[in-house]
Write a protein that binds this ligand. Structure first.
Ligand SMILES: [Fe+2]
Ligand SMILES: [Fe+2]
Length: 231
């Protein structure tokens, strides 16, 4: 039994969105994901997929992408990415009902993994695309969702916690954020995140040990489309 993570599958089995326009590494990327997942993962393993699953604009347009994920080996836990239009924030419970025992959608809840609780939310960082006011509003809402997730795990007696985010935990240049402070406050051992694509963005946030917490980037192109072992 092992825990793996990878983010940013960016699948488009239905939506018109060929990913090779984003560079050579994205050519036939779904084939690479499938091959590497089948090589690395066993049925008793768990894979956390850290957001940006599908280019579909709604659930109907994302069904084949989710079916692809469902067919990968092991248990699959999904985070909400900025591109996941199929996943309305308020419908997480409904998605969990719909995909019960097939996929788990992580938001305002947690996923038990042995003595660990896998907690998380989409997260947020500033990318100079919006007003600061709007940024703070989204970021604070995401921080609140993370707290709900952590509190649910703690209330059930979990002491070993891991945080998964889609966005990097800090904005470029920041040394801390509500997400890193919460990781400290709850004594989590690892913060795993994705979203950063291309060599120029891989260093946007923390990697390695910072104040006793291990930070790991698991975007698919950073990992060369091979799941990263977390535990
Ligand atoms: Fe992405
Ligand atoms: Fe993203």
């Amino acid at each position: 039994m092992a825990l793996y993570a990878m983010g940013d599958f960016h699948l488009s089995f239905q939506a018109e969105k060929p990913m090779d326009v984003f560079g050579e590494t994205w050519k036939n990327h779904s084939k690479k994901i499938e091959k590497n997942c089948k090589k690395v993962l066993h049925e008793d393993d768990t894979l956390v997929i850290a957001g940006d699953h599908s280019w579909g604009r709604n659930l109907k347009e994302s069904e084949k992408d989710l079916a692809f994920i469902e067919a990968l080996p092991g248990k699959k836990v999904l985070l909400r990415g900025n591109h996941d239009m199929f996943w309305e924030a308020k419908k997480t419970g409904w998605l969990n009902e719909l995909y019960r025992d097939r996929l788990f959608f992580l938001q305002n809840n947690y996923y038990p993994y042995g003595e660990y609780a896998l907690t998380g939310t989409k997260g947020y960082c500033y990318e100079w695309k919006e007003s600061e006011e709007h940024f703070f509003k989204i970021r604070d809402r995401e921080a609140e969702r993370l707290r709900v997730s952590l509190n649910a795990a703690v209330a059930d007696g979990y002491k070993k916690l891991i945080i998964f985010l889609h966005y990097p935990p800090t904005t470029i240049g920041e040394m801390e954020s509500p997400f890193t402070r919460m990781a400290q406050e709850y004594g989590v051992s690892k913060v795993i995140y994705a979203h950063s694509h291309g060599k120029d963005r891989f260093g946007d946030s923390f990697q390695g040990m910072v104040d006793g917490i291990e930070y790991k980037l698991v975007s698919a192109d950073f990992l060369k489309f091979r799941p990263e072992r977390i535990l």
